[in-house]
Design a protein around this ligand. Structure first.
Ligand SMILES: Cc1ncc(COP(=O)(O)O)c(C=O)c1O
Length: 410
């Protein structure tokens, strides 16, 4: 029986709790309701055309940019580019920089734990435009040592891309300090940070961080997928990576997806409404989940830092002796939805490059499960997960040939 058939046959579990927010998430009704009118009621014109319906469309883009600029303390909407995704924002930052600086060339520094939408374009910039890419190693919690970082820095470094928060293990990198070191050694260097997993979870101030470019993804804050943004500090030299026809802005050729951008705008409004209370709630629920698992399941490893340097919504736990894939299926039978490792790698069953970079062995990386908690979760959701997780792991460990005898008993 295939996994799909097994899941279908098992029927609906008594409760469903979705923790797979890293990969994609729940879009609340308020966001869906903000999207729908833009298909056929308002703003369905082309935003570059000067008639009423075009203006309404243009307003959506303009207001979204203004709102985003305010939330990250950019100087204004002209510093925000709306993209088709966080992936495109990262590609634009790296390949757009590489195209603009291809004659001079130089080095591109990325951390070893970047999202693949940073690592792959950096590799492409090396192949296509002759840049030299260096991957900066991290410690066992995902942090870059500032002293080691300064050893990588010199006048030949053209671009640095280091994420603010790691998407798998929740490490909050000290970007402010790294920017300071980098710019002291080379004032010309451009610093990009991927903030897809930081936005909406912590305050972001691009001026305080000192970054030149910053990536945001809509579906990471309960917006629709397929839309994102790149902050580009005024004066930063960057070329488009997409070319085409009439558009209201140079980086999005073709007709902008106004309904999705309207949904993104609503998701930003909601994420920043009652921000501090929401963040505190998420942290409390995440701590309850993580501590509850540590207390009730023997032989687990927490991946990533503990405490204030871990982003509030992330819990990443390796359950020893069992496979992540088996865990996602077993949990799913009970209505608990999680992912194993990173979605980008889970389908091809490669251990996560992030977990390997922090020194996890292959078998530890394979048994890793990523939970993301959000403001839509309740205490009952966490209680339900904590009731079911120990039972599911116990059952899987009984079946696993890797489980030592002391964990096989009842
Ligand atoms: C850190 C990080 N950057 C970029 C992305 C890509 O964003 P999107 O899914 O909008 O393409 C993701 C998505 O999972 C991510 O986790």
């Amino acid at each position: 029986m295939s996994i799909k058939d097994l899941l279908r046959e098992h029927g609906k579990p008594p409760k469903e709790v979705y923790f797979d927010l890293e990969n994609s998430g729940y879009v609340p009704d308020e966001v869906v309701e903000a999207i729908i009118p833009y298909f056929n009621k308002i703003g369905y014109g082309h935003p570059a055309i000067t008639h009423k319906l075009g203006w309404e469309a243009f307003e959506v883009i303009d207001e979204t940019k203004k709102l985003l600029a305010r939330t990250i303390n950019a100087s204004g909407p002209e510093e925000i580019v709306i993209t088709h995704s966080g992936t495109e924002a990262n590609n634009l930052a790296i390949l757009g920089h590489a195209i603009a600086h291809r004659e001079k060339g130089g080095k591109i520094l990325v951390s070893a734990i970047e999202h693949l939408s940073v690592i792959f374009p950096a590799e492409k910039a090396e192949k296509l435009y002759g840049f030299k890419v260096q991957r900066i190693p991290v410690d066992e919690e995902g942090f870059i040592d500032p002293e080691m970082f300064s050893a990588y820095m010199d006048k030949d470094v053209s671009l640095i891309s280091i994420q603010l928060v790691n998407h798998e293990i929740g490490t909050i990198q000290n970007i402010r300090e790294l920017v300071k070191i980098a710019k002291e050694i080379n004032p010309e260097v451009i610093f990009h940070t991927d903030a897809a997993d930081a936005f909406g979870r912590m305050r972001i101030d691009v001026k305080d961080l000192g970054v030149d470019m910053l990536t945001i993804s809509s579906h990471k804050i309960h917006g629709p997928r397929g839309v994102g943004a790149l902050f580009i500090k005024q004066g930063t030299k960057i070329e488009p990576i997409l070319y085409g026809q009439l558009s209201s802005e140079k980086f999005w050729p073709g007709v902008e997806n106004i309904p999705l951008i309207a949904g993104f705008r609503k998701a930003i409004e909601l994420a920043f409404r009652d921000f501090d209370n929401n963040v505190a709630k998420v942290k409390r629920l995440r701590d309850k989940l993580m501590n509850g698992i540590i207390e009730s399941v023997p032989e687990v490893l927490v991946n990533g830092p503990i405490g204030d340097k871990r982003v509030v919504d992330n819990a990443n736990i390796s359950f020893l002796y069992v496979e992540g894939e088996a865990i996602t299926v077993e949990f799913s039978l009970n209505g608990i939805y999680v992912s194993s490792g990173s979605a980008c790698t889970s389908r091809i069953l490669e251990p996560s490059h992030v977990l390997l970079a922090i020194g996890r062995r292959h078998e530890e990386a394979h048994g890793s499960i990523l939970f993301k908690v959000c403001r839509y979760h309740s205490d009952e959701d966490i209680d339900y997960a904590l009731e079911n997780i120990p039972i599911a792991i116990k059952r899987l460990r009984k079946l696993s040939p890797l489980t030592p005898p002391h964990l096989k008993g009842d």
